[in-house]
Design a protein around this ligand. Structure first.
Ligand SMILES: [Mg+2]
Length: 284
């Protein structure tokens, strides 16, 4: 009975969200200002499906477990071939790697206010759920003697305290002022604090050898400077590192990838990308 009620509740929520999205999409779409051969067919649907996928699908959870199962095997392998793990470090991103922020993403869809609207408020609640497999993996790393560094682009001010609290309450190990490295304000000597390269170098300068990275964005592994095909080419060059040194979590909801692909976040730019994809049909 409880299960059936849960299913009905899910249906009600899903219908509510889809109805809201259809209404928002209808309001957002303007007629008569699109290229005739590139029909605008999407507004928020892409955000809806990716957000529902991350939150509700068994497939998302399976991918997360898969990622952390591979990560666990890797550190066990490394431990077997190493006398001491004292100077070995695991570097992990936080959002959509360890903590699930899909509820905030859902809010941006329903309100029509994109990020950063509501972001600080959401993080300040410190109630984000752990991504499946993340807590077990990092506790294994901790038990094997690896040092763990949390490198996130959440703004240190004002999100340090709630992020610390959220991680500790969810059971993540080694959370401290030394290990939690959030984004600082831009300065003359560090004009691009969102680039994680400086923080990775800082960790290495402390004598640590980073043997594993986990993240949902290319910038969690190496400096994410390339755009378009160059970005894809760089990922291909590094393909042997994925699943060995770089552990990737799926995040279709947001990230650098849409702008790197050529989208500016407008329905027109999404339609343009879809139009390019259908080129094979026009060549027939
Ligand atoms: Mg992330």
């Amino acid at each position: 009975m409880k299960k059936e009620n849960g299913r009905n509740s899910f249906r009600v929520i899903a219908v509510f969200i889809l109805t809201s999205v259809i209404l928002l999409t209808a309001c957002n779409q303007k007629s008569g200002n699109n290229p005739a051969d590139v029909p605008v067919i999407i507004g928020n649907e892409e955000a809806v499906l990716s957000t529902l996928y991350n939150h509700y699908s068994a497939e998302y959870r399976a991918l997360a477990w898969q990622a952390f199962n591979i990560a666990s095997e890797r550190i066990l392998d490394i431990t077997n071939g190493t006398e001491s793990t004292d100077s070995l470090a695991v570097v992990v991103d936080i959002d959509e790697t360890l903590l699930d922020n899909s509820p905030h993403q859902a809010l941006t869809i329903l309100t029509g206010d994109p990020y950063p609207a509501g972001w600080n408020e959401w993080c300040s609640l410190a109630v984000a759920e752990a991504i499946p497999g993340a807590v077990s993996f990092l506790n294994l790393a901790d038990s094997l003697g690896f040092s763990i560094f949390y490198v996130s682009n959440r703004h240190e001010d004002p999100l340090y305290e709630p992020t610390f609290k959220n991680l500790v309450e969810k059971g993540f190990p080694q959370v401290s002022s030394n290990s939690l490295l959030l984004r600082k304000k831009a300065t003359a000597t560090n004009p691009d604090p969102s680039n994680k390269e400086a923080r990775r170098k800082f960790i290495e300068s402390g004598g640590f050898n980073i043997i594993l990275y986990a993240g949902d964005n290319i910038g969690d592994f190496y400096s994410d400077k390339e755009k378009g095909d160059e970005r894809l080419k760089r990922a291909m060059e590094d393909r042997s590192s994925f699943g060995t040194t770089y552990i990737v979590l799926p995040n279709p909801m947001y990230g650098n990838w849409p702008s790197a692909a050529g989208s500016d976040g407008t329905p027109e730019s999404y339609a343009r990308l879809l139009h390019i994809m259908t080129e094979p049909f026009r060549k027939r």
